[in-house]
Design a protein around this ligand. Structure first.
Ligand code: BES
Ligand code: ZN
Length: 613
């Protein structure tokens, strides 16, 4: 009997331990948001470039859900000097829990069920993961320092004590105090010029998740692009930026025609210095963008369509947890393509889609078709969300939604999406809730016929790429492929037919040049097309990978310059990866990296450290 009881206990213990968290549980936040939520944050922060710190107060308004005597917030590397409640001047009782890797420390504050306001006095650490403090030499103007934040996925807690999970939404206001020669901007209503005293006030009236909290401070200017849009950049690149993004208003209109009104009033862009670790970040009302999209010919603006699309998919209807990340990114890639199709036509977007499929196939090969991270619904238990966020969420997500479009027809599908964004505006969504909506409208699970056409469960919960993946058709890329064949069969590079080719033609051309291509051919291509001197960072990234494989020495000087300047992870990671494949390459890479690393953002150097270790 005893042993039977023991057996039952053990088995149920194991089953309990293995039981997955119910959908919507946020494993990356300490916050007790099922008991009490932070509904508004009022920040008052001073920006200190000498100490590389933000310091001041965060006043958090509470909405009680249950009778609780504690408030638990997320923090990471914050120094807390005091906590007060409501109007009181005496300190509240609080403790900082023990540090957990990449999650930081829970800040537990004793409150009462009637506490309305909690004021945290704090300062950030000089190496706060969300903050990058740039020396003047790292900016376009080379004269003034620059600060920017990157809060997604769970880095907001390193500059604001908050409930740092996408499932909690709040409004915010802020007073930012900085040097009067710098302009401060946030993911909120923004000034268009510097103030005389360096004090700026902000207000975000719509409820957002903490990963959308954002701040940038630098020598910035504004150029209007339309009635509700414009661009901020350093003076030396602001004209170039305004030229590049001239179609912004058209994109906003196209997006609204597709899926309903833009709900955030203004849409502005901020072009950051080149160490910004991402292509873009959809901070509400103010997308942060890398200067590497300033190609001079407007050819890389799909990235803007992407960040704009997040104003619906992500910022309005938000992934409930980082396991549901594909609801943010897959929807956004799909929406991005639809905006681009409306503004630039189907020929263009079928090129984009073909490149997307190629990326997806290559990612699946590189991480393995049975790897659990190739599922749309992720399991990031015990991991830094950044480790599981690959382009699967983006590209497999895109093709799943495109499959829905092709199966149900555009009209039905667009009707569904418009309603989905309207009905669920300013709320969070789990993968399971989304599937329920999809089933209620189209029967993707309950109607046998539809279920077998879509295979939703396989797309979402199984690894690899299902066999019903849509196939983009690009006649432009067929032409590119025939030029690749001619070239590989001996036609000189200078005799290839490349008139009218755009960035995407060139990217596809380079990507289809076999790895085994000989050095003479690489040299020949460079003579004919001047790749090494291209001003287009996406082309350079592809080209340098070919140069590394062929050991084309001429390119290594410019490649060094590129790696020293560009900090966008997506554009440096493939180069370091290619270099790390040979001893010689790795030695060279380590030398360059030693110099380049201090200029990279933590997001980027955390990845590159892993490649070159
Ligand atoms: N929201 C992402 C950036 C992000 C994702 C930051 C996960 C932190 C964690 C943004 O919208 C994005 O996807 N940017 C892409 C560009 C896009 C065109 C695919 C990028 O930065 O490359
Ligand atoms: Zn995105």
């Amino acid at each position: 009997m005893k042993s039977l009881l023991f057996f039952l206990f053990t088995v149920s213990g194991i089953l309990m331990a293995q039981k997955p968290n119910p959908p919507g549980t946020d494993i990356h936040s300490f916050a007790n948001s099922s008991e009490v939520v932070v509904s508004h944050i009022a920040l008052d922060l001073s920006v200190n470039f000498d100490t590389k710190t933000l310091s001041g107060t965060a006043a958090l308004s509470l909405e009680h859900k249950k009778k609780t005597k504690t408030l638990i917030l997320d923090t990471r590397d914050l120094t807390i000097s005091d906590v007060t409640l409501d109007g009181s001047t005496s300190s509240a009782s609080y403790t900082l829990g023990k540090e957990v890797q990449y999650l930081g420390r829970p800040l537990t504050i004793t409150i009462t069920p009637r506490t309305k306001l909690v004021i945290v006095h704090y300062s950030t650490s000089p190496n706060a993961a969300a903050l990058q403090w740039l020396e003047p030499s790292q900016t376009a103007g080379k004269e003034k320092p620059f600060l920017f934040t990157q809060s997604e996925a769970i880095l907001a807690r390193s500059w604001v004590p908050c409930m740092d999970g996408p499932g909690v939404r709040m409004t915010y206001s802020a007073t930012i105090r900085t040097r009067p020669d710098l302009l401060a901007l946030m993911s909120a209503g923004n000034p268009v010029a510097k103030s005389t005293d360096g004090i700026y006030k902000f207000e975000m009236k719509q409820r957002i998740s903490s990963y959308l909290l954002a701040l940038a401070v630098g020598n910035l200017e504004f150029r209007s692009l339309g009635t509700r849009s414009g661009v901020y950049a350093e003076p030396g690149i602001v004209e170039k930026s305004a030229f590049e993004f001239v179609d912004l208003e058209k994109m906003i209109t196209a997006a609204e025609e597709l899926y309903g009104p833009y709900r955030w009033e203004r849409y502005d862009l901020l072009v950051l210095p080149p160490s910004f670790p991402f292509g873009g970040m959809e901070n509400p009302r103010l997308t942060f963008a890398t200067p590497t999209i300033l190609a001079g010919d407007r050819s890389l603006v799909a990235l803007i369509a992407h960040e704009l699309a997040h104003s619906w998919s992500g910022n309005l209807v938000t992934n409930a947890t980082w396991n549901d990340f594909w609801l943010n990114e897959g929807f956004t890639v799909y929406f991005e393509h639809r905006i681009m199709e409306k503004v630039y036509g189907r020929t263009y977007t079928e090129m984009l889609a073909t490149l997307t499929l190629k990326d997806l196939q290559e990612t699946i090969v590189s991480i393995g078709a049975t790897n659990a991270d190739t599922r749309l619904k992720l399991d990031l238990t015990g991991r830094d969300p950044d480790d599981g966020m690959t382009d699967i969420a983006y590209n497999k997500g895109y093709f799943f939604l495109r499959l829905c479009e092709e199966t149900f027809g555009r009209e039905q599908w667009d009707g569904f999406l418009t309603k989905y964004f309207t009905d669920n505006a300013f709320t969070t969504m789990t993968t399971e809730q989304f599937l329920k909506h999809l089933d209620a409208r189209f029967g993707v699970l309950s109607n046998k016929d539809v279920a077998s056409k879509i295979k939703a469960n396989e797309w979402i919960y199984s690894p690899g790429l299902p066999d019903n993946c849509p196939k983009p058709q690009s006649t432009e890329f067929e032409k590119v492929m025939s030029q690749v064949s001619s070239f590989m069969n001996g036609t000189p590079a200078s005799k290839l037919t490349t008139e009218g080719w755009t960035t995407h033609h060139w990217l596809y051309f380079l990507r289809n040049i076999p790895d085994s291509v000989r050095l003479e051919k690489v040299i020949e291509m460079d003579y004919a097309f001047n790749f090494t001197r291209s001003g287009n960072s996406e082309i350079l990234c592809e080209w340098f990978q070919r140069c590394i494989k062929a050991d084309y020495e001429t390119a290594f000087g410019p490649m060094r310059g590129y790696l020293m300047n560009v900090g966008r992870r997506k554009l440096v990671k493939p180069i370091y990866t290619a270099l790390a494949k040979t001893e010689k390459g790795k030695t060279w890479a380590k030398q360059v990296y030693e110099k380049a690393r201090p200029g990279y953002h933590s997001v980027t150097y955390n990845t590159i450290d892993g490649i070159l270790k």
